[in-house]
Write a protein of this length. Sequence first.
Length: 288
Amino acid sequence: MSRRIQSRTFLSTSPNLGVPLSRFALFGTIGVSFFLILWGQLAPESQSRARSALLTFLAPVINLIAQPTEVIKQTATGVRSYADLQAEVAELRRQNDQLIQWEGAYRTVEAENERLRAATGFLEPFSFKYHTTRIVTDPGSAYARSLLIEGGLAQGFAIGDAVVGPSGLIGRLVEVGASYSRVMLITDINARVPVFIEQVRRTAMVAGRNSNLLDMRYINQTIQRSLKRGDRVVTSGQGGLFPAGLPVGIVATVSSKGVSVLPYLELDALMEVQVVSSSRPAPSATLD
């Protein structure tokens, strides 16, 4: 009987043990923290060695714990990558289908174009070949602007061939010899270039004036008033002298006195040019 009473008394008083234990844990944590701070102040090297040893001991455990998390991350990345690949494949298939449709339309237009050319007796334009060569010297003067370049009859050069640079049209050959040729720049006072104004879709002529600008000629007043600064000017290809579409310059000024064009011509850092030879009959050489 007494044993039952004692067991009941112990069980009834056991819940009260939680309060002293929680207080002990709190004061113990505070004490350990105070000890660590004091230890770090009095013996920092010793604390550093102890921390390193602890990290060395715990590193494998942390790595082992982190492995499942890393596997989950890799799996999630793989799932996203697979989804991205599926989306990319779907987009490529869509583009491929569109290209197939465009190819069919292109072949249809090409066949129709061939039939129309045959029916109307359309003459094919001149074919052009490009030859890269080096600038030898700049023998220009106050009254003539020209370049001397390597290459001549052996390379198939002919008087009138266009000469272009990275930015666009530079000029045309005016003298061709066995080894060297002379280029008249589009800024020369004697230069004339048939052009096409892209924004208004009209043809005109630009002429050099021995300055950094070109004069635009043979354009009516109505079209002239519609021009704006920055309108792009390219070769028209009329007469077969120059290939169509070579950049010439942009409209610089529009006034009652006329229209001026700022050419793309840049000779400061130019070392090589390209001579554009056409299939037309070539005049005889005049320079050796």
